[in-house]
Ligand binder design. Structure first.
Ligand code: IFM
Length: 718
C-alpha cells in the first residue's frame, strides 16, 4: 500500500482554549521512558503541560504515590512589543498543530499579527527513539518586517503534580550554552537531572532556570533555536549533560534522522493496514502509535494512562496483561517478556499483600507501583459532600492474580520461551493458585468451593459472591499452575519439586481438589451465566433509565449510593470478559446469548468495555455489530470521548488498554487470529466496511505477513 501522510498523522487547524486539556492527550509524545503531553511550547501546569517519567514513583507523605513529572526544558515564550505571542493571550491569525505518527514528532505553526507585523512561530519536538533519555526541539521565529522580539526560555521547574510536590532541592547550574536543573524526588531522595543545551541563541543570564533575551529579526529570515535535552534520574542522573552534549555534537539533522530511523523500524513490524475505511485505518494506526510509544525501555510495565499524566498514579493495572500484552506478543517478544517479568519480579510484594489480608500465596496489587498497591482505601470523592468514599477495589478485585497468570501463560504459549518458568514464572503461578485456594470457602450445604466477597471487572457491584469471571479465572489459574508444574517436573524434576515445596507442601493435591470442587456458574435455561450470586434479582432497568437518575453527570455510578449499585446496570462487560478471555469454556451459542443479554445493561463506563463486546461479536459471526465498538475503542483518544471524572477524581489521559483493545479487535476479531494455541490459526470475520487487513506476526523467530481478505488468507514470510 502506498504511504499516505493523512493516514499517518493527525492535525488540527485553529486554536481553542477548551481543546487544550484533550489535545494534551491526543498529541502526546512518548518513547517508553518519558512522555510529553501535546501542549504548546510555553504552556505550563495551568494548561496541564507535563513531562512524565514512566515507572519513576514518588510519594509525598500523607498523599498517594504517583509518577514524577520532570521540569520542562521546552518552555519558551516570545513577546513582540510586549505582546505575548501565545494563543492563550493573543488571538492568532492561524494555528496548526500536528502529530506525525510515523516519525513520532509533534509540530506546530502559529502566526500572529502584531502592530502591523506578521510573526510566525513554528516548532517541532521529539523524544528520541534511539537515545531514549534525549529529546530534541527546533523553534523558529519569522517576521515579515524587521523587528525585535523578546524570548523567555529555559527549564520551567514549576511542574504539574496531582499529589505533589515531588521535587525538592531544585537548583540550576549554568552549562556552556545551556543549563541543567538538578533536584531529587523527596521520598527516597532519588536524583533527577534535566539538561538543556541551546544553539542559535546566546544561552546565559539564567535566573531560576529561565533566561530572557532580545533578538533582532530580519524580514523573512527565521531565527532558529535548536534545543538538545536529556533527562536522567537515579544512578544515571550525572549523565544528563553528556547526553545532551552528545546530541548537540551529532547535530539536529543527524540526531533527528536517527530518531526517525528508529521508528521506521518499529512501524515495519507493527503497522496494520486496513483497506476500505480510511477512518478505521487512521484510528487503528493511532492506537498502534500509542502502544508503540509506551514500550518500556527498561524492566517495567505500562501504566493505565500511559505517560499522559499522573492520573491513576502512573500505576499498572490488569489493563497491561489482558489488553496490551497481546499487541507485544504479536511481534515484540522482548517487550512482552519485560512486561511478564515485571509481575514475576514483584511476586514478593504480592505475597505481602496476601499475607496482609490473612491469606497465603500471591495477591497482586490492583494498582501496582513497583508491586506495591497504590490504590487508596478511599478511591472516590463524593461530589455532593466532598467526603472521601470507601471503596474496595484493592481489597476485593482478586481477579488480578489470575490476570497476571493469564499474561504469563499467553507469553509462553505464543513465544515458546519457557525460561520464564525457571526465572520465577512457575513459582508465581503456584503462588497465585495458592492464593485462590486459601481465599476459597467450602460451602457445606452446596458441597462446593466458592469465592466470596469479591469485585469483578464490573466495579459498580462491590463485594459480591461467586463473580463468574473471578471463579473461572481462578480455575484457569490453578489449571495453568498444575499444567506448567507437570511440564517442569518432566523437564527438571528437582527444580519443580523444590519450587512447589517452597510454596506449600502438598500444594498440587490441594489445588487439584480445590479446582475440582470450585463453583463455576453455568448458563441458565436461556444460556446466560449469572454475573454473581443474586445478579438476576437486581432491579431490571436499562442504562439510559439509570442515567436519568443522576443528579450530576460526574456522579459515581457504583459504591454504596450509586445509581447502578442495586440494578443490573454494569460498568463494563464482566461475563463478556470471561467469554472473551476463556472462550474454550463456552459454545458460540452461549457467547451470543450472553452478548445479547449483557449488552443492554452495559454502560461502557470503562474504556476497557467496548472491545470485549467487539471481539465476541466477531466470534459469533456478527462483525458488523463489532464495527461500532471497534471505532468507539480505536477513536477514544482522538475524540476525547472517555470519561474525565469519577466522582471528584480526574481520570482523563490516554487509554492504552483501549488502544490494545482496538488492535485486539482488528487482529483477533476481524482477522480472527488465535494466538493462544500451539500454532497461530485464523478464522476471519471481516465487517462489510473493510475489504482487507494486512499485518505481521512473529512466530518462533520468523516473521510472516498475513493478508486477510474476502478471498481468504495469504501468508508470506518476510
Ligand atoms: O483497570 C481498569 C478497571 O477495570 C476500570 N477502571 C479503570 C481501570 C484502569 O484502566
Amino acid at each position: 500500500m502506498e504511504y499516505r501522510e493523512d493516514l499517518f498523522s493527525i492535525s488540527e487547524e485553529g486554536f481553542s482554549k477548551d481543546g487544550v486539556p484533550n489535545n494534551g492527550n491526543k498529541f502526546i509524545l512518548a518513547n517508553g521512558y518519558m512522555g510529553y503531553r501535546g501542549t504548546l511550547d510555553g504552556f505550563t501546569k495551568d494548561q496541564l503541560a507535563a513531562f512524565t517519567l514512566a515507572g519513576f514513583y514518588d510519594k509525598v507523605k500523607g498523599k498517594n504515590g504517583e509518577t514524577v513529572n520532570a521540569p520542562d526544558p521546552f518552555y519558551i515564550k516570545v513577546y513582540a512589543d510586549g505582546i505575548p505571542l501565545d494563543p492563550l493571550f493573543t488571538e492568532p491569525e492561524s494555528h496548526r498543530q500536528k502529530l506525525d505518527l510515523r516519525r513520532v514528532e509533534f509540530s506546530r505553526c502559529t502566526s500572529f499579527a502584531v502592530n502591523g507585523k506578521k510573526i510566525a512561530l513554528c516548532s517541532s519536538r521529539v523524544l528520541c527513539g534511539d537515545e531514549y533519555r534525549g529529546a530534541l526541539s527546533t523553534f523558529e521565529i519569522t517576521s515579515d518586517t524587521d523587528c525585535d522580539v523578546e524570548i523567555v526560555c529555559g527549564i520551567n521547574s514549576d511542574v504539574w503534580d496531582i499529589n505533589g510536590p515531588h521535587l525538592e532541592g531544585i537548583c540550576f547550574k549554568a552549562l556552556e550554552g545551556g543549563i541543567i536543573c538538578e533536584s531529587f524526588a523527596q521520598e527516597k531522595h532519588v536524583p533527577l537531572s534535566v539538561a538543556l543545551i541551546m544553539d542559535g541563541i546566546k544561552a546565559d543570564g539564567f535566573s531560576g532556570g529561565i533566561m530572557k533575551t532580545s533578538v533582532s529579526l530580519k524580514a523573512g529570515k527565521a531565527c532558529r533555536i535548536e534545543r538538545y535535552v536529556a533527562v536522567c534520574y537515579g544512578p544515571e542522573a550525572g549523565e544528563a549533560e553528556g547526553i545532551a552534549r552528545g546530541l548537540e555534537a551529532k547535530g539536529m539533522k543527524a540526531a533527528l534522522q536517527a530518531h526517525y530511523d528508529y521508528w521506521e523500524e518499529q512501524w515495519k513490524l507493527n503497522d496494520v493496514e486496513i483497506e476500505g475505511s480510511d477512518r478505521a485505518q487512521l484510528a487503528l494506526r493511532y492506537s498502534i502509535y500509542q502502544l508503540m510509544i509506551l514500550s518500556p525501555r527498561r524492566n517495567g510495565s505500562i501504566g493505565a494512562r500511559g505517560m499522559s499524566s499522573q492520573v491513576y498514579k502512573g500505576a499498572v493495572f490488569w489493563d497491561t496483561e489482558v489488553f496490551m500484552l497481546p499487541f507485544f506478543l504479536a511481534n515484540d517478544h522482548r517487550i512482552a517478556r519485560n512486561l511478564v517479568m515485571y509481575r514475576i519480579e514483584t511476586l514478593d510484594a504480592a505475597k505481602r499483600k496476601a499475607e496482609h489480608y490473612g491469606y497465603e500465596g500471591a495477591f497482586y496489587a490492583w494498582e501496582s507501583q513497583d508491586g506495591e498497591d497504590a490504590c487508596s482505601d478511599f478511591n472516590i470523592t463524593d461530589l455532593f459532600t466532598g467526603r472521601d468514599v470507601k471503596t474496595y477495589f484493592k481489597d476485593k478485585q482478586i481477579h488480578i492474580s489470575a490476570d497476571v497468570v493469564y499474561g504469563i501463560d499467553g507469553y509462553i504459549k505464543r513465544t515458546g520461551d519457557t525460561s520464564v518458568l525457571y526465572e520465577g514464572g512457575l513459582k508465581t503461578m503456584l503462588e497465585c493458585a495458592l492464593f485462590y485456594y486459601s481465599r476459597g470457602y467450602y460451602n457445606y450445604i452446596k458441597g462446593r468451593y466458592e469465592l466470596l466477597d469479591v469485585i469483578g471487572p464490573d466495579e459498580y457491584h462491590e463485594r459480591v459472591n461467586n463473580n463468574a469471571y473471578t471463579n473461572y479465572a481462578a480455575y484457569a489459574t490453578i489449571q495453568c499452575a498444575i499444567s506448567y508444574y507437570n511440564q517442569v517436573l518432566a523437564e527438571n524434576p528437582e527444580y519443580a519439586t523444590e519450587c512447589v515445596n517452597s510454596v506449600k507442601e502438598g500444594l498440587i493435591e490441594k489445588l487439584t481438589k480445590f479446582a475440582a470442587g470450585l463453583y463455576l456458574p453455568q448458563p441458565n435455561c436461556s444460556g446466560v451465566v449469572e454475573q454473581y450470586d443474586g445478579y438476576f434479582k437486581e432491579e431490571d432497568v436499562l442504562v439510559d433509565d439509570v442515567r436519568k437518575r443522576l443528579v450530576d453527570p460526574r456522579e459515581y455510578w457504583g459504591g454504596s449510593a450509586g445509581v447502578a449499585t442495586a440494578t443490573r446496570v454494569i460498568k463494563q462487560g464482566d461475563v463478556i470478559v470471561l467469554m472473551t478471555l476463556f472462550p474454550e469454556y463456552f459454545s458460540p451459542a452461549i457467547i451470543e446469548a450472553n452478548y445479547d443479554f449483557y449488552l443492554k445493561y452495559t454502560e461502557h463506563g470503562s474504556s476497557l468495555s467496548p472491545c470485549m463486546y467487539a471481539m465476541d461479536a466477531c466470534w459469533v459471526g456478527r462483525p458488523d455489530d463489532a464495527w461500532k465498538w471497534f471505532l468507539n475503542t480505536a477513536e477514544i483518544d482522538l475524540n476525547g470521548s472517555a470519561k474525565q471524572w469519577l466522582g471528584g477524581l480526574y481520570i482523563g489521559g490516554t487509554h492504552p488498554a483501549a488502544n490494545g483493545g482496538a488492535w485486539l479487535t482488528a487482529i483477533c476479531g476481524f482477522a480472527g487470529v488465535n494466538m493462544r494455541g500451539p500454532e497461530i490459526t485464523l478464522d476471519p470475520h471481516l465487517p462489510k466496511d473493510i475489504q482487507s487487513i494486512r499485518f505481521c506476526l512473529t512466530d518462533k523467530g520468523r516473521t510472516y505477513r498475513y493478508t486477510v481478505s474476502r478471498k481468504g488468507v495469504e501468508k508470506e514470510e518476510l
